[in-house]
Design a protein around this ligand. Structure first.
Ligand code: ARG
Length: 461
């Protein structure tokens, strides 16, 4: 006779297809250790409320300890008749402490408040792990920035050459986004740190149980303030899915650059053999699969978020079985990032940068045109006029097939009378970069300052 958490009012068991549809142990078994932790806390409040004697409490806790050990070792696993993790663990408890005692634990709780609590616990732990993985990616980028303090490349807008920047500046830009991903997870955790345990099915309990005691024992800041909300709300899951999708998108933007930088046309980087793959037909190939999987998985993470939001939209209060669909997408997002993050830090940390190639391209495409205009502004020329004059220099240089630094004195003067040969002092990549020393700018002193701040932020987390 299978263990069921319900059945008194049913004359027959579920149809096979009904049971198959209902089954969730293939994904909610992950919640088992949290379910047992919840049961320990619940047993204590039942004892406090006078519903378990001290002897019963001790026997219950001992039974839960054995069960936890058997779950951990794999000696106890769900069987096909166990509808979900909660049912399986009730069976396990009954087998260990007997039906008379084991049957007392379910008083005052429901799978609705249990699952809402356990999923929060699982997700809080998972997101702590994800955040640590993100910080490893930041570490890898910071190490590359530190290893190449003088490397330059053409900064781009519209993917066109725009202004030269330091490689470190560019890499640290990605770090800023990733650090926001980490702090977003932190902020999410502060909102998620409330326990619905004790909300019961939706209305609370008549048994004088103490939800705050359970919340404290399970590592929450407190209990949720409304039992209907506690059992029905899943914005914590959707927000987690957003945090993970946003992280995926930020990783994908890094990945896209790695893919471009790795082309023969760019030639900025070489991937380490350990973080690349070959082709089954083309012997010469060395492909950036880590980056491509990052880019691909970001689409999947976005899908997980939008799928979950679609599930939640228009659900009436309180619990509906639709809510069982909250787990797989979010678990998937976490597990994809568990795979992706170490590979991203491995790939990024072992990139070889071809700094000569990058330096050669840094001034190409007239990336110093803004420097001419800003030099003229410093001579008192209005920017609107300076912009025109610099544009004329570009036109002349382009027509003659030379760089801006190769324009003759006459050509410069023809563009604007104030354009004396002294302008050539800013017509170098190093001079241009050095001059952009505003807060957050690309000057080496600013980039160095920013790198230290990023290192400090990583240490703080
Ligand atoms: N497995 C369900 C979930 O993940 C919890 C069980 C609630 N079932 C119920 N019939 N109320 O949401």
């Amino acid at each position: 006779e299978p263990t069921k958490l319900w059945g008194g009012r049913f004359a027959s068991g579920p149809a096979e297809a009904m049971a198959a549809l209902s089954l969730s142990t293939h994904f909610d078994w992950r919640l088992a250790p949290y379910d047992i932790a919840g049961s320990r806390a619940h047993a204590r409040v039942l004892h406090q409320a006078g519903l378990l004697t001290s002897e019963e409490l001790d026997a219950m806790l001992a039974g839960l300890d054995t069960l936890a050990a058997d779950v951990e070792s794999g000696a106890f696993t769900p069987v096909i008749d166990d509808e979900d993790v909660h049912t399986a663990l009730e069976r396990g408890l009954l087998e260990r402490v007997g039906a008379d005692l084991g049957g007392k634990l379910r008083a005052g709780r429901s799978r609705n408040d249990q699952v809402a609590t356990l999923f929060r616990m699982w997700l809080r732990d998972a997101n702590r792990r994800v955040a640590a993985g993100v910080l490893d990616v930041v570490d890898a980028l910071v190490a590359q920035a530190a290893a190449h303090p003088d490397a330059v490349l053409p900064g781009r807008t519209h993917l066109q050459h725009a202004q030269p920047v330091l490689l470190g500046h560019h890499l640290l830009a990605h770090c800023q986004a990733l650090l926001r991903d980490v702090s977003r997870i932190r902020d999410w955790d502060a909102r998620t740190a409330y326990s619905p345990y004790g909300s019961g099915a939706l209305a609370g309990s008549s048994l004088s149980l103490d939800p705050q005691a359970i919340a404290a024992e399970l590592g929450f800041r407190g209990a949720t303030d409304n039992s209907i909300d506690g059992t029905a709300a899943r914005d914590f899951a959707a927000e987690a899915a957003f945090c993970l999708a946003m992280l995926g998108v930020n990783l994908s933007r890094i990945a896209e650059e790695v893919i471009i930088w790795n082309t023969a046309e760019f030639g900025y980087i070489t991937l380490d053999d350990a973080w690349a793959t070959g082709s089954s037909i083309m012997p010469q190939k060395k492909n950036p699969d880590v980056a491509e999987l990052a880019r691909g998985k970001s689409g999947r993470l976005i899908g997980n978020l939008s799928g979950l939001l679609s599930t939640l939209k228009a659900l009436p209060l309180a619990y509906n079985r639709d809510l069982q669909e909250d787990k797989e997408p979010v678990i998937d997002s976490v597990e994809q990032l568990d795979l992706l993050l170490p590979a991203m830090s491995g790939m990024l940390g072992t990139l070889t940068f071809h700094t000569e190639r990058m330096a050669e391209l840094a001034p190409a495409g007239f990336t110093l045109a803004t420097d001419i205009a800003e030099w003229l502004v410093r001579q008192g020329v209005p920017f609107r006029v300076a912009h025109e004059a610099s544009g004329e220099c570009v036109r002349t240089a382009e027509a003659r097939g030379v760089g801006l630094d190769e324009l003759t004195d006459e050509e410069l003067a023809a563009a604007h009378p104030a354009l004396t040969p002294q302008v050539r002092e800013v017509l170098t990549v190093a001079g241009s970069i050095e001059s952009r020393d505003s807060h957050g700018g690309t000057a080496p002193s600013r980039v160095d300052e920013q790198r230290k701040q990023v290192v400090a932020a990583v240490d703080e987390h």
